[in-house]
Design a protein around this ligand. Structure first.
Ligand code: SF4
Length: 219
């Protein structure tokens, strides 16, 4: 078994037992994925749940969101910060209603042209909302792949390093269920391979992890 296969086997095994459950993961409407991904941006996932409930209850459809009052929306988002997201969400929703007949677009090009939607959210909507084989990459995902596979970046901001992102994407095989593996990576990076104090001694990947093996040789 090569390092890459082992990575997926172990991470999916871990995910079978420890996957987290969130309302947007059960949602069957891409609108809910759209709302969740805006709210999850740079925000701790646990804090997002109550705000997600408020917004999806108050604005049950993208048409409702498109005509939302900016100040009211900001008051809902306020507890999790980055209130400017309110105007961006309303603006994106308005474009979707007017230009796309209320259907959240299903192409990267169209999504990325919407207000407040960058590379991560576009890929997340395509994967979680439309079942496409995309890989949303944020700092957590980068951290896990850099540590385990020993990938490096020449950029001072690996988050924007396109070559690194491409190397990460190459490690996803077409046979994988992208939705499941992206969620597994997300949860694993948030629970086990955390930014500070990763739980290496309990980590199922430790035996083949570049960073951990390097640490052992330095001891
Ligand atoms: S061994 Fe440590 S650094 Fe490597 S993947 Fe596991 S938690 Fe992360």
């Amino acid at each position: 078994v090569n390092k890459n296969q082992l990575f997926w086997e172990k991470i999916l095994g871990w995910f079978n037992t420890y996957s987290r459950s969130y309302p947007w993961r059960e949602a069957d409407d891409v609108y809910y994925v759209f709302v969740a991904e805006f709210l999850l941006q740079q925000t701790h996932v646990r804090k997002v749940e109550p705000v997600y409930h408020t917004i999806t209850t108050r604005y049950a459809t993208i048409e409702d969101l498109a005509i939302a009052d900016s100040e009211e929306m900001k008051s809902y988002i306020s507890p999790i910060g980055l209130k400017y997201r309110a105007d961006r969400m309303i603006s994106a929703a308005t474009t979707i209603v007017h230009r796309y007949n209320g259907e959240v677009p299903n192409t990267y090009k169209e999504l990325i042209s919407l207000s407040g939607i960058g590379d991560y959210i576009a890929n997340a909507v395509l994967c979680y909302g439309y079942g496409q084989n995309t890989v949303p990459i944020d700092t957590n995902v980068i951290r896990l792949f850099v540590r385990y596979f020993g990938l490096t970046s020449a950029s001072s901001r690996p988050r924007t390093d396109k070559k690194l992102a491409q190397s990460i994407r190459h490690l996803f095989f077409v046979e994988l269920n992208f939705r499941t593996v992206n969620l597994a990576v997300l949860d694993f990076a948030g629970i086990v391979c955390t930014a500070s104090k990763p739980r290496c001694t309990e980590c199922p990947l430790a035996g083949s992890c570049c960073k951990y093996q390097e640490t052992l040789t330095q001891m």
